[in-house]
Write a protein that binds this ligand. Structure first.
Ligand code: HEM
Length: 427
């Protein structure tokens, strides 16, 4: 499918709010992860949006069906301002005086639930008490304790297919490995694995209100009864620690318990899976990355950061807390903003040779986990899972490629790749 390359190609006319100038109206649907392509660098078609000649704020119509892809805000019903330059994206994520996260990723509202997604949809100053409460469970000490189990899981799973010379790395590996780790951390029953993935798929990717609603009902009913179980019979896992924990000496309310457990469930399930599929696709299509990593395992850690920069699977949103003027535009309280991470991560004003996959890149401060107070809580876990996976992979698997004839199209976003068959010859 051809991708638009100029502003003129994406201009649209629609009844935008009166304070939005007509020359800012564009349809950025193509850049929000819903349209597949087959490029080695699947995010390349959106890079031009960070160009010096592109206006600093654009405005995108509401997504069809009224809800956005991924973790988009549910408040974008009139359309959204779009930021595509690194500097502006950084401001939106870090300026808590002008931008709010209320309403972000609150899919539960579709079925009439009113509890907030915690900590994502909570603004400072309240946000910090939740973050402090959760941080130890995702910090270095906890991750160090998990490391041996994560490594054993990665090694064991790879051993199962190493001698076969092939694996569907998206379906049989990427989909399973991070979810098993996440479910183990939370203490969820392993038997819920397929059901969790089905619910998550229906909520994030089915695109129909009926399927989303049924999945939301299913998962929230399950989580509420699981919370009750852990209250009655605490164990050593994270859901139990959360629901039996205290914040500032007080037990959590029912809304706080479900708000936290629900958002961890949503944020923890398929984010790493999408990243793994895209990471292996990139290595299969650009074998010099494999060669470099196989020869220099010490580069695995910075390479993980570069994989994260070059495949930002989410574009986050915020809303304006007040009226103000920015880049000559009148911003009104309640206006929705979407930060186009796939443009910001390739902004030439911030990154030298932004399209180059450079695992020796210094100060690789990308926006894949956003910035500011909502910086992904699971980022250290995600990084650790990816690093261990590459460590164990390169110990066992020689040069690999996509199985000839296999479909390599990718949705450059959370939807990503469902199947990616890789093959390799004997060692
Ligand atoms: C490569 C994998 C991942 C990516 C790309 C990713 C991306 C993100 C992004 C973009 C945000 C910020 C959203 C916003 O501000 O609007 C976020 C927040 C968050 N993520 Fe992740 N995530 C990943 C893995 C995980 C995992 C594995 C977990 C949990 C086990 C997790 C838990 C969270 C939580 C709790 C927040 C909210 C933080 C806060 O509001 O303070 N994430 N993530």
């Amino acid at each position: 499918m051809t991708q638009p390359r100029t502003l003129d190609a994406i201009r649209v006319d629609y009844p935008a709010p009166a304070h939005v100038p007509k020359d800012r109206l564009v349809d950025l649907g193509f850049a929000l992860g819903g349209q597949p392509n087959d490029l080695v660098d699947p995010y390349e078609p959106f890079g031009w949006l960070a160009g010096a000649d592109i206006p600093r704020l654009l405005f995108n119509p509401p997504p069809p069906g009224g809800h956005g892809a991924g973790l988009a805000s549910m408040s974008a019903g009139k359309g959204s301002w779009i930021a595509t330059h690194y500097e502006d994206i950084d401001r939106i994520y870090t300026d808590n005086e002008h931008f709010s996260n209320k309403g972000t990723a609150e899919f539960q509202r579709l079925i009439g639930e009113t509890f907030p997604s915690i900590p994502l949809a909570i603004d400072p100053p309240d946000h910090s008490k939740y973050r402090l409460f959760l941080a130890p469970h995702f910090g270095p000490a906890r991750l160090n304790r998990m490391e041996a189990d994560i490594r054993a899981l990665a090694a064991g799973m790879i051993d199962e297919f190493a001698d076969k010379g092939e694996v569907d790395v998206a379906w049989d590996f990427g989909r399973v490995y991070p979810v098993r780790i996440f479910m183990g951390l939370m203490g969820f029953p392993p038997a819920m694995f397929e059901q969790f993935l089905d619910w998550e798929w229906d909520i994030l990717h089915s695109g129909t209100f009926e399927k989303m609603g049924a999945a939301l009902r299913g998962v929230l009913d399950f989580l509420r009864s699981f919370i009750k179980e852990k209250e009655a019979k605490p164990d050593a896992y994270l859901v139990s620690s959360i629901v039996n924990g205290r914040i500032n000496g007080e037990p959590l309310t029912d809304d706080e318990k479900i708000g936290i457990v629900w958002f961890l469930w949503l944020g923890g399930l398929d984010t790493v899976a999408a990243t793994i599929s895209q990471m292996f696709r990139r290595m299969a299509l650009q074998p010099e990355i494999q060669d470099q990593l196989r020869g220099h395992p010490e580069l695995i850690q910075p390479a993980v950061e570069e994989f994260l920069r070059t495949q930002p699977i989410l574009s986050s949103s915020r809303s304006a807390k007040k009226d103000f003027e920015w880049h000559g535009m009148q911003i009104r309280k309640g206006d929705s903003f979407q930060c186009l991470n796939p443009a910001g991560n390739f902004d030439p004003a911030r990154f030298d040779n932004p399209r180059e996959f450079d695992m020796t890149r210094k100060a690789n401060r990308h926006m894949t986990f956003v910035a500011g107070v909502h910086l992904c809580l699971g980022a250290p876990l995600a990084r650790r899972e990816l690093r261990i996976l590459l460590d164990e992979w390169f110990k066992r698997i020689p040069a690999f490629r996509v199985r000839p004839g296999a479909d390599t199209t990718v949705f450059p976003g959370l939807l990503s790749i469902r199947n990616l068959p890789l093959v390799w010859d004997g060692k």
